[in-house]
Design a protein around this ligand. Structure first.
Ligand code: SF4
Length: 491
Protein backbone atom coordinates (compact mmCIF):
# COMPACT_ATOMS: atom_id res chain seq x y z
CA UNK A 1 0.00 0.00 0.00
CA UNK A 2 1.25 3.48 -0.83
CA UNK A 3 1.96 6.03 1.88
CA UNK A 4 -0.62 8.75 2.44
CA UNK A 5 -0.45 12.52 2.75
CA UNK A 6 -2.43 12.56 6.01
CA UNK A 7 -0.74 14.54 8.80
CA UNK A 8 1.88 16.22 6.62
CA UNK A 9 3.32 19.57 7.76
CA UNK A 10 2.51 22.87 5.99
CA UNK A 11 4.23 23.62 2.68
CA UNK A 12 7.11 25.79 4.00
CA UNK A 13 8.23 23.13 6.46
CA UNK A 14 7.87 20.22 4.03
CA UNK A 15 9.65 22.20 1.30
CA UNK A 16 12.55 23.03 3.62
CA UNK A 17 13.21 19.31 4.11
CA UNK A 18 12.97 18.67 0.37
CA UNK A 19 15.39 21.39 -0.71
CA UNK A 20 17.98 19.93 1.69
CA UNK A 21 17.96 16.66 -0.30
CA UNK A 22 20.51 16.96 -3.15
CA UNK A 23 19.49 13.62 -4.75
CA UNK A 24 15.86 14.68 -4.93
CA UNK A 25 16.77 18.07 -6.39
CA UNK A 26 19.03 16.43 -8.97
CA UNK A 27 16.34 13.93 -10.02
CA UNK A 28 13.72 16.66 -10.32
CA UNK A 29 15.92 19.11 -12.17
CA UNK A 30 16.98 16.52 -14.73
CA UNK A 31 13.44 15.23 -15.32
CA UNK A 32 11.56 18.54 -15.42
CA UNK A 33 14.11 20.22 -17.70
CA UNK A 34 14.04 17.30 -20.12
CA UNK A 35 10.22 17.18 -20.33
CA UNK A 36 9.86 20.95 -20.55
CA UNK A 37 12.28 21.22 -23.50
CA UNK A 38 10.51 18.39 -25.36
CA UNK A 39 7.12 19.96 -24.75
CA UNK A 40 8.26 23.31 -26.08
CA UNK A 41 9.37 21.78 -29.39
CA UNK A 42 6.21 19.61 -29.69
CA UNK A 43 4.03 22.69 -29.19
CA UNK A 44 6.11 24.79 -31.58
CA UNK A 45 5.26 22.34 -34.39
CA UNK A 46 1.65 23.55 -34.42
CA UNK A 47 1.01 26.87 -36.12
CA UNK A 48 -2.48 27.04 -34.57
CA UNK A 49 -1.48 26.29 -30.96
CA UNK A 50 -2.86 29.60 -29.66
CA UNK A 51 -6.22 28.92 -31.37
CA UNK A 52 -6.35 25.38 -29.96
CA UNK A 53 -5.60 26.71 -26.49
CA UNK A 54 -8.36 29.28 -26.77
CA UNK A 55 -10.78 26.66 -28.11
CA UNK A 56 -9.96 24.38 -25.14
CA UNK A 57 -10.59 27.22 -22.71
CA UNK A 58 -13.93 28.08 -24.29
CA UNK A 59 -15.14 24.48 -24.48
CA UNK A 60 -14.31 23.89 -20.83
CA UNK A 61 -15.92 27.15 -19.69
CA UNK A 62 -19.07 26.46 -21.70
CA UNK A 63 -19.25 22.91 -20.32
CA UNK A 64 -18.80 24.06 -16.73
CA UNK A 65 -21.49 26.70 -17.18
CA UNK A 66 -23.99 24.02 -18.20
CA UNK A 67 -22.51 21.16 -16.21
CA UNK A 68 -25.85 19.98 -14.82
CA UNK A 69 -27.32 19.57 -18.30
CA UNK A 70 -24.29 17.76 -19.73
CA UNK A 71 -24.06 15.41 -16.76
CA UNK A 72 -27.68 14.38 -17.21
CA UNK A 73 -27.04 13.85 -20.92
CA UNK A 74 -24.00 11.72 -20.08
CA UNK A 75 -25.95 9.63 -17.58
CA UNK A 76 -28.65 8.96 -20.18
CA UNK A 77 -26.06 8.03 -22.86
CA UNK A 78 -24.09 5.68 -20.58
CA UNK A 79 -27.27 4.00 -19.38
CA UNK A 80 -28.56 3.57 -22.94
CA UNK A 81 -25.24 1.91 -23.88
CA UNK A 82 -25.57 -0.69 -21.11
CA UNK A 83 -23.56 1.00 -18.32
CA UNK A 84 -24.67 1.94 -14.80
CA UNK A 85 -24.08 5.42 -13.40
CA UNK A 86 -23.50 6.08 -9.67
CA UNK A 87 -23.26 9.54 -8.08
CA UNK A 88 -20.76 10.11 -5.25
CA UNK A 89 -20.92 13.33 -3.24
CA UNK A 90 -17.58 12.79 -1.53
CA UNK A 91 -14.62 10.42 -1.23
CA UNK A 92 -16.26 8.26 1.41
CA UNK A 93 -19.33 7.64 -0.71
CA UNK A 94 -17.26 6.89 -3.83
CA UNK A 95 -15.10 4.39 -1.94
CA UNK A 96 -18.18 2.73 -0.47
CA UNK A 97 -19.76 2.35 -3.92
CA UNK A 98 -16.61 0.88 -5.48
CA UNK A 99 -15.97 -1.54 -2.61
CA UNK A 100 -19.58 -2.78 -2.80
CA UNK A 101 -19.35 -3.26 -6.57
CA UNK A 102 -16.14 -5.29 -6.25
CA UNK A 103 -17.64 -7.42 -3.47
CA UNK A 104 -20.67 -8.13 -5.65
CA UNK A 105 -18.36 -9.83 -8.14
CA UNK A 106 -16.96 -12.09 -5.39
CA UNK A 107 -13.40 -10.98 -6.21
CA UNK A 108 -10.76 -9.82 -3.73
CA UNK A 109 -8.30 -8.19 -6.11
CA UNK A 110 -8.48 -5.56 -8.86
CA UNK A 111 -6.10 -4.15 -11.46
CA UNK A 112 -5.93 -0.40 -11.81
CA UNK A 113 -5.24 2.06 -14.58
CA UNK A 114 -3.40 5.18 -13.42
CA UNK A 115 -6.07 7.52 -12.08
CA UNK A 116 -5.80 10.82 -10.20
CA UNK A 117 -9.43 10.63 -9.04
CA UNK A 118 -8.94 7.29 -7.26
CA UNK A 119 -5.78 8.62 -5.61
CA UNK A 120 -7.65 11.74 -4.53
CA UNK A 121 -10.24 9.65 -2.68
CA UNK A 122 -7.70 7.16 -1.26
CA UNK A 123 -9.40 4.24 -2.98
CA UNK A 124 -6.55 1.73 -2.56
CA UNK A 125 -6.50 2.23 1.20
CA UNK A 126 -10.31 2.02 1.40
CA UNK A 127 -10.32 -1.21 -0.60
CA UNK A 128 -7.58 -2.67 1.56
CA UNK A 129 -9.73 -1.99 4.63
CA UNK A 130 -12.42 -4.12 2.95
CA UNK A 131 -9.99 -6.97 2.22
CA UNK A 132 -9.57 -6.11 -1.46
CA UNK A 133 -6.09 -5.76 -2.95
CA UNK A 134 -5.59 -3.14 -5.66
CA UNK A 135 -2.67 -3.57 -8.07
CA UNK A 136 -1.36 -0.45 -9.80
CA UNK A 137 -0.31 -1.29 -13.35
CA UNK A 138 1.18 1.98 -14.61
CA UNK A 139 4.97 1.66 -14.33
CA UNK A 140 5.48 4.80 -12.25
CA UNK A 141 2.47 3.98 -10.03
CA UNK A 142 3.87 0.47 -9.57
CA UNK A 143 7.17 1.96 -8.37
CA UNK A 144 5.29 4.20 -5.92
CA UNK A 145 3.15 1.30 -4.67
CA UNK A 146 6.03 -1.16 -4.24
CA UNK A 147 8.15 1.53 -2.55
CA UNK A 148 5.32 2.34 -0.05
CA UNK A 149 5.80 5.85 -1.33
CA UNK A 150 3.61 8.79 -2.31
CA UNK A 151 3.19 10.18 -5.85
CA UNK A 152 5.05 13.43 -6.48
CA UNK A 153 4.00 14.33 -10.02
CA UNK A 154 0.71 14.10 -11.92
CA UNK A 155 2.12 12.39 -14.98
CA UNK A 156 5.27 10.75 -13.60
CA UNK A 157 4.39 9.90 -9.99
CA UNK A 158 7.87 8.45 -9.33
CA UNK A 159 9.75 11.40 -10.85
CA UNK A 160 11.65 11.77 -7.56
CA UNK A 161 13.26 8.31 -8.03
CA UNK A 162 16.30 7.58 -10.16
CA UNK A 163 17.06 4.27 -11.92
CA UNK A 164 19.22 2.89 -9.12
CA UNK A 165 16.50 3.50 -6.55
CA UNK A 166 13.93 1.83 -8.81
CA UNK A 167 16.12 -1.25 -9.24
CA UNK A 168 16.46 -1.53 -5.45
CA UNK A 169 12.69 -1.20 -4.96
CA UNK A 170 11.97 -3.91 -7.57
CA UNK A 171 14.62 -6.22 -6.12
CA UNK A 172 13.39 -5.94 -2.54
CA UNK A 173 9.62 -5.49 -2.90
CA UNK A 174 8.30 -7.26 -5.99
CA UNK A 175 8.22 -10.72 -4.43
CA UNK A 176 5.75 -9.58 -1.76
CA UNK A 177 3.29 -8.57 -4.50
CA UNK A 178 3.67 -11.47 -6.95
CA UNK A 179 6.37 -12.48 -9.43
CA UNK A 180 9.79 -11.43 -8.04
CA UNK A 181 12.32 -9.33 -9.96
CA UNK A 182 15.13 -11.23 -11.75
CA UNK A 183 18.14 -11.77 -9.47
CA UNK A 184 20.54 -10.07 -11.89
CA UNK A 185 18.30 -7.05 -12.47
CA UNK A 186 20.27 -4.02 -13.69
CA UNK A 187 19.19 -0.39 -13.66
CA UNK A 188 18.92 -0.04 -17.45
CA UNK A 189 15.48 1.20 -18.55
CA UNK A 190 14.95 -1.89 -20.75
CA UNK A 191 15.64 -4.31 -17.88
CA UNK A 192 13.47 -2.40 -15.44
CA UNK A 193 10.59 -2.24 -17.94
CA UNK A 194 10.89 -5.98 -18.68
CA UNK A 195 10.82 -6.83 -14.95
CA UNK A 196 7.66 -4.75 -14.53
CA UNK A 197 6.09 -6.27 -17.65
CA UNK A 198 6.58 -9.83 -16.42
CA UNK A 199 5.40 -8.93 -12.92
CA UNK A 200 2.22 -7.27 -14.23
CA UNK A 201 1.32 -9.74 -16.98
CA UNK A 202 0.13 -12.45 -14.60
CA UNK A 203 -2.10 -9.88 -12.89
CA UNK A 204 -3.67 -8.76 -16.18
CA UNK A 205 -4.43 -12.34 -17.15
CA UNK A 206 -5.94 -13.19 -13.75
CA UNK A 207 -7.94 -10.03 -13.01
CA UNK A 208 -11.72 -10.14 -13.16
CA UNK A 209 -12.22 -6.50 -12.11
CA UNK A 210 -10.54 -3.42 -13.56
CA UNK A 211 -10.66 0.09 -12.08
CA UNK A 212 -9.90 3.24 -14.05
CA UNK A 213 -10.40 6.95 -14.16
CA UNK A 214 -10.89 8.78 -17.45
CA UNK A 215 -9.30 11.74 -19.16
CA UNK A 216 -12.58 12.68 -20.84
CA UNK A 217 -16.25 11.68 -20.96
CA UNK A 218 -18.23 12.53 -24.11
CA UNK A 219 -21.76 13.50 -23.13
CA UNK A 220 -23.41 12.96 -26.51
CA UNK A 221 -22.54 9.24 -26.71
CA UNK A 222 -21.55 8.30 -23.14
CA UNK A 223 -18.03 7.43 -24.31
CA UNK A 224 -15.11 7.41 -21.86
CA UNK A 225 -11.53 8.10 -22.98
CA UNK A 226 -8.22 7.10 -21.42
CA UNK A 227 -4.92 8.19 -22.99
CA UNK A 228 -1.68 6.48 -21.95
CA UNK A 229 1.74 5.43 -23.13
CA UNK A 230 2.35 1.90 -21.85
CA UNK A 231 -0.61 -0.23 -22.90
CA UNK A 232 -1.34 -1.27 -19.33
CA UNK A 233 -4.49 0.82 -19.49
CA UNK A 234 -5.71 -0.99 -22.58
CA UNK A 235 -5.19 -4.34 -20.78
CA UNK A 236 -7.16 -3.19 -17.69
CA UNK A 237 -9.95 -1.74 -19.81
CA UNK A 238 -10.46 -4.79 -22.02
CA UNK A 239 -9.50 -8.01 -20.19
CA UNK A 240 -11.55 -7.95 -16.93
CA UNK A 241 -15.23 -8.88 -16.92
CA UNK A 242 -16.19 -5.88 -14.79
CA UNK A 243 -14.92 -2.34 -15.31
CA UNK A 244 -15.46 0.42 -12.72
CA UNK A 245 -14.48 3.98 -13.68
CA UNK A 246 -14.26 6.74 -11.08
CA UNK A 247 -14.28 10.13 -12.77
CA UNK A 248 -14.54 13.73 -11.55
CA UNK A 249 -17.66 15.48 -12.84
CA UNK A 250 -15.56 18.17 -14.56
CA UNK A 251 -14.03 15.66 -17.01
CA UNK A 252 -16.99 15.93 -19.34
CA UNK A 253 -16.93 17.32 -22.90
CA UNK A 254 -20.17 17.78 -24.80
CA UNK A 255 -19.26 16.29 -28.21
CA UNK A 256 -16.65 14.32 -30.16
CA UNK A 257 -15.81 17.52 -32.01
CA UNK A 258 -14.84 19.09 -28.67
CA UNK A 259 -12.77 16.03 -27.80
CA UNK A 260 -10.72 16.55 -30.96
CA UNK A 261 -9.23 19.76 -29.51
CA UNK A 262 -7.99 18.09 -26.33
CA UNK A 263 -6.60 15.05 -28.12
CA UNK A 264 -4.26 17.50 -29.83
CA UNK A 265 -3.30 19.64 -26.83
CA UNK A 266 -3.04 17.00 -24.08
CA UNK A 267 -0.32 14.70 -25.52
CA UNK A 268 1.89 17.58 -26.61
CA UNK A 269 1.56 19.29 -23.22
CA UNK A 270 2.10 16.18 -21.13
CA UNK A 271 4.48 13.72 -22.81
CA UNK A 272 5.49 15.99 -25.73
CA UNK A 273 4.03 13.49 -28.18
CA UNK A 274 1.96 14.30 -31.26
CA UNK A 275 -0.56 11.71 -30.12
CA UNK A 276 -0.64 9.18 -27.32
CA UNK A 277 0.56 5.66 -28.12
CA UNK A 278 -2.71 4.29 -26.68
CA UNK A 279 -6.04 6.11 -26.82
CA UNK A 280 -8.75 3.80 -25.44
CA UNK A 281 -12.42 4.69 -25.86
CA UNK A 282 -15.41 2.70 -24.72
CA UNK A 283 -19.15 3.21 -24.71
CA UNK A 284 -21.14 1.08 -22.27
CA UNK A 285 -20.77 -2.66 -22.81
CA UNK A 286 -20.76 -5.04 -25.74
CA UNK A 287 -21.67 -8.75 -25.89
CA UNK A 288 -18.82 -9.50 -28.28
CA UNK A 289 -15.87 -7.86 -26.62
CA UNK A 290 -14.50 -6.24 -23.44
CA UNK A 291 -16.07 -6.10 -19.97
CA UNK A 292 -19.62 -7.44 -19.58
CA UNK A 293 -20.46 -4.95 -16.82
CA UNK A 294 -19.51 -1.27 -16.74
CA UNK A 295 -20.03 1.11 -13.80
CA UNK A 296 -19.33 4.84 -13.91
CA UNK A 297 -18.92 6.55 -10.52
CA UNK A 298 -19.29 10.33 -10.97
CA UNK A 299 -17.31 12.09 -8.27
CA UNK A 300 -18.07 15.53 -6.82
CA UNK A 301 -15.82 15.73 -3.72
CA UNK A 302 -15.66 19.54 -3.56
CA UNK A 303 -16.04 20.27 -7.28
CA UNK A 304 -19.45 21.95 -7.05
CA UNK A 305 -18.11 24.18 -4.25
CA UNK A 306 -15.22 25.11 -6.55
CA UNK A 307 -17.66 25.79 -9.37
CA UNK A 308 -19.43 28.36 -7.16
CA UNK A 309 -16.29 30.53 -7.00
CA UNK A 310 -16.20 32.80 -10.06
CA UNK A 311 -12.41 33.13 -10.13
CA UNK A 312 -11.42 29.80 -8.60
CA UNK A 313 -13.64 27.70 -10.89
CA UNK A 314 -11.15 27.95 -13.78
CA UNK A 315 -9.12 25.28 -11.95
CA UNK A 316 -11.81 22.83 -13.10
CA UNK A 317 -10.69 23.31 -16.71
CA UNK A 318 -7.51 21.35 -15.90
CA UNK A 319 -6.81 18.36 -18.14
CA UNK A 320 -3.98 17.12 -15.85
CA UNK A 321 -1.23 17.47 -18.45
CA UNK A 322 1.32 18.52 -15.78
CA UNK A 323 3.02 21.11 -18.01
CA UNK A 324 2.68 23.67 -15.20
CA UNK A 325 4.65 21.43 -12.83
CA UNK A 326 7.51 21.03 -15.27
CA UNK A 327 8.10 24.78 -15.63
CA UNK A 328 7.53 25.78 -12.01
CA UNK A 329 10.69 26.94 -10.18
CA UNK A 330 9.07 26.21 -6.82
CA UNK A 331 8.06 22.65 -7.78
CA UNK A 332 11.51 22.00 -9.23
CA UNK A 333 13.12 22.73 -5.89
CA UNK A 334 10.49 21.62 -3.38
CA UNK A 335 9.29 18.46 -5.17
CA UNK A 336 5.76 17.11 -5.20
CA UNK A 337 5.46 15.66 -1.70
CA UNK A 338 5.69 19.11 -0.08
CA UNK A 339 2.22 19.96 -1.47
CA UNK A 340 0.61 17.35 0.79
CA UNK A 341 -1.80 16.13 -1.88
CA UNK A 342 -1.97 13.98 -5.00
CA UNK A 343 -2.14 17.26 -6.94
CA UNK A 344 1.27 18.89 -6.61
CA UNK A 345 2.77 21.96 -8.27
CA UNK A 346 0.90 25.06 -9.43
CA UNK A 347 -2.36 23.26 -10.21
CA UNK A 348 -2.23 21.56 -6.79
CA UNK A 349 -1.70 24.95 -5.12
CA UNK A 350 -5.04 26.17 -6.49
CA UNK A 351 -7.03 22.94 -6.75
CA UNK A 352 -6.36 21.28 -3.39
CA UNK A 353 -7.39 24.28 -1.21
CA UNK A 354 -10.62 24.52 -3.21
CA UNK A 355 -11.47 20.81 -3.13
CA UNK A 356 -10.53 20.30 0.53
CA UNK A 357 -11.10 23.81 1.93
CA UNK A 358 -8.36 25.65 3.84
CA UNK A 359 -9.10 24.50 7.38
CA UNK A 360 -5.81 22.64 7.74
CA UNK A 361 -2.46 24.37 8.00
CA UNK A 362 -1.13 22.70 4.87
CA UNK A 363 -4.13 23.56 2.69
CA UNK A 364 -4.06 27.20 3.86
CA UNK A 365 -0.34 27.37 3.05
CA UNK A 366 -0.65 26.14 -0.56
CA UNK A 367 -1.75 29.40 -2.25
CA UNK A 368 1.52 30.88 -0.96
CA UNK A 369 3.64 28.11 -2.54
CA UNK A 370 4.41 30.23 -5.59
CA UNK A 371 6.58 33.12 -6.70
CA UNK A 372 3.76 34.26 -9.06
CA UNK A 373 6.21 34.23 -11.96
CA UNK A 374 3.42 33.20 -14.36
CA UNK A 375 5.30 30.41 -16.20
CA UNK A 376 2.44 28.01 -15.34
CA UNK A 377 -0.13 30.22 -17.09
CA UNK A 378 2.05 30.53 -20.19
CA UNK A 379 2.21 26.76 -20.75
CA UNK A 380 -1.29 25.77 -19.65
CA UNK A 381 -3.17 24.32 -22.66
CA UNK A 382 -6.52 25.50 -21.28
CA UNK A 383 -5.23 28.94 -20.22
CA UNK A 384 -5.88 28.63 -16.50
CA UNK A 385 -4.63 31.89 -14.96
CA UNK A 386 -3.03 30.15 -12.00
CA UNK A 387 -1.41 33.32 -10.56
CA UNK A 388 -4.81 35.05 -10.60
CA UNK A 389 -6.38 32.18 -8.65
CA UNK A 390 -3.44 32.05 -6.22
CA UNK A 391 -3.83 35.75 -5.40
CA UNK A 392 -7.60 35.30 -5.10
CA UNK A 393 -7.19 32.40 -2.66
CA UNK A 394 -4.64 34.37 -0.62
CA UNK A 395 -7.14 37.21 -0.44
CA UNK A 396 -9.87 34.79 0.64
CA UNK A 397 -7.66 33.42 3.41
CA UNK A 398 -6.56 36.87 4.63
CA UNK A 399 -10.03 38.43 4.44
CA UNK A 400 -12.10 35.68 5.84
CA UNK A 401 -9.71 33.24 7.43
CA UNK A 402 -9.48 29.61 6.51
CA UNK A 403 -12.54 28.04 4.93
CA UNK A 404 -14.00 25.10 6.84
CA UNK A 405 -15.95 22.25 5.33
CA UNK A 406 -19.31 21.40 6.96
CA UNK A 407 -20.66 18.39 5.10
CA UNK A 408 -20.82 19.53 1.49
CA UNK A 409 -20.50 23.23 2.31
CA UNK A 410 -17.37 25.34 2.73
CA UNK A 411 -17.65 28.34 5.07
CA UNK A 412 -15.14 30.94 6.14
CA UNK A 413 -14.12 31.19 9.76
CA UNK A 414 -12.46 34.24 11.36
CA UNK A 415 -8.72 34.48 10.66
CA UNK A 416 -6.28 34.11 13.54
CA UNK A 417 -2.81 34.36 11.99
CA UNK A 418 -3.62 37.50 10.02
CA UNK A 419 -4.88 39.70 12.89
CA UNK A 420 -1.64 41.73 12.88
CA UNK A 421 -1.90 42.38 9.14
CA UNK A 422 -5.51 43.52 9.45
CA UNK A 423 -4.61 45.79 12.41
CA UNK A 424 -1.80 47.34 10.33
CA UNK A 425 -4.21 47.97 7.45
CA UNK A 426 -6.72 49.62 9.79
CA UNK A 427 -3.97 51.87 11.22
CA UNK A 428 -2.86 52.82 7.68
CA UNK A 429 -6.46 53.63 6.70
CA UNK A 430 -6.79 55.91 9.73
CA UNK A 431 -3.49 57.70 9.02
CA UNK A 432 -4.38 58.35 5.35
CA UNK A 433 -7.72 59.74 6.50
CA UNK A 434 -5.99 62.26 8.86
CA UNK A 435 -3.39 64.24 6.81
CA UNK A 436 -2.15 66.28 9.79
CA UNK A 437 -1.37 63.19 11.83
CA UNK A 438 0.25 61.56 8.77
CA UNK A 439 2.54 64.57 8.26
CA UNK A 440 3.57 64.62 11.93
CA UNK A 441 4.24 60.88 11.82
CA UNK A 442 6.35 61.20 8.67
CA UNK A 443 8.48 63.98 10.19
CA UNK A 444 9.00 62.01 13.38
CA UNK A 445 9.97 58.91 11.39
CA UNK A 446 12.45 60.90 9.26
CA UNK A 447 14.11 62.51 12.27
CA UNK A 448 14.44 59.26 14.19
CA UNK A 449 15.57 57.20 11.18
CA UNK A 450 19.04 56.40 12.58
CA UNK A 451 17.35 54.66 15.50
CA UNK A 452 15.16 52.38 13.33
CA UNK A 453 15.89 48.64 13.70
CA UNK A 454 17.26 46.73 10.68
CA UNK A 455 15.09 43.72 11.45
CA UNK A 456 11.58 43.52 12.83
CA UNK A 457 10.96 42.06 16.28
CA UNK A 458 8.59 39.18 17.15
CA UNK A 459 6.59 37.51 14.37
CA UNK A 460 7.96 40.05 11.84
CA UNK A 461 11.48 38.65 12.31
CA UNK A 462 11.01 35.86 9.73
CA UNK A 463 9.82 38.40 7.15
CA UNK A 464 12.72 40.80 7.64
CA UNK A 465 15.34 38.03 7.90
CA UNK A 466 15.39 37.74 4.11
CA UNK A 467 14.51 41.33 3.18
CA UNK A 468 15.97 44.80 3.76
CA UNK A 469 13.57 47.24 5.37
CA UNK A 470 13.12 50.25 3.07
CA UNK A 471 15.46 53.12 4.02
CA UNK A 472 13.62 56.14 5.44
CA UNK A 473 14.37 59.42 3.54
CA UNK A 474 15.97 62.27 5.51
CA UNK A 475 13.07 64.51 4.55
CA UNK A 476 9.40 63.54 3.87
CA UNK A 477 8.29 64.03 0.25
CA UNK A 478 5.72 66.71 1.16
CA UNK A 479 8.37 68.81 2.97
CA UNK A 480 10.75 68.43 0.04
CA UNK A 481 8.01 69.51 -2.36
CA UNK A 482 7.11 72.60 -0.32
CA UNK A 483 10.75 73.59 -0.05
CA UNK A 484 11.48 73.17 -3.75
CA UNK A 485 8.14 74.44 -5.20
CA UNK A 486 7.78 77.78 -3.47
CA UNK A 487 5.75 76.69 -0.46
CA UNK A 488 2.88 75.04 -2.45
CA UNK A 489 1.50 71.92 -0.83
CA UNK A 490 1.92 68.61 -2.68
CA UNK A 491 -1.44 67.17 -3.75
S1 SF4 B 1 -3.30 23.58 -14.81
FE1 SF4 B 1 -3.00 23.61 -17.04
S2 SF4 B 1 -0.81 23.13 -17.27
FE2 SF4 B 1 -1.34 22.51 -15.17
S3 SF4 B 1 -1.90 20.35 -15.29
FE3 SF4 B 1 -3.81 21.51 -15.52
S4 SF4 B 1 -4.07 21.76 -17.74
FE4 SF4 B 1 -1.94 21.18 -17.41
Amino acid sequence: MSGTFVGMPAFPEAARTAVDDPTLRGNLRHATHTIRAKRASAVAELADWAELREAGRRIKDHTLRHLDRFLEQLEASVTAAGGTVHWAEDAEEANRIVAALVKETGESEVVKVKSMATQEIGLNEALQAEGIRAYETDLAELIVQLGKDRPSHILVPAIHRNRGEIRDIFTHEMAAWGRPAPEDLTDTPADLAEAARLHLREKFLRAKVGISGANFMVAETGTLVVVESEGNGRMCLTLPQTLISVVGIEKIVPTWRDLEVFLQTLPRSSTAERMNPYTSMWTGTSDEDGPRAFHLVLLDNGRTDTLADQIGRQALRCIRCSACLNVCPVYERAGGHAYGSVYPGPIGAILTPQLRGTASEIDASLPYASSLCGACYEVCPVAIDIPEVLVHLRERIVQGGPAVRHGNKVVLRPARGHAAERAAMRAAAWAFGHPGALRTGQRLAARSRRLHPRTLPGPGRAWSATRDLPAMPAEPFRDWWQRTHGGKDAK
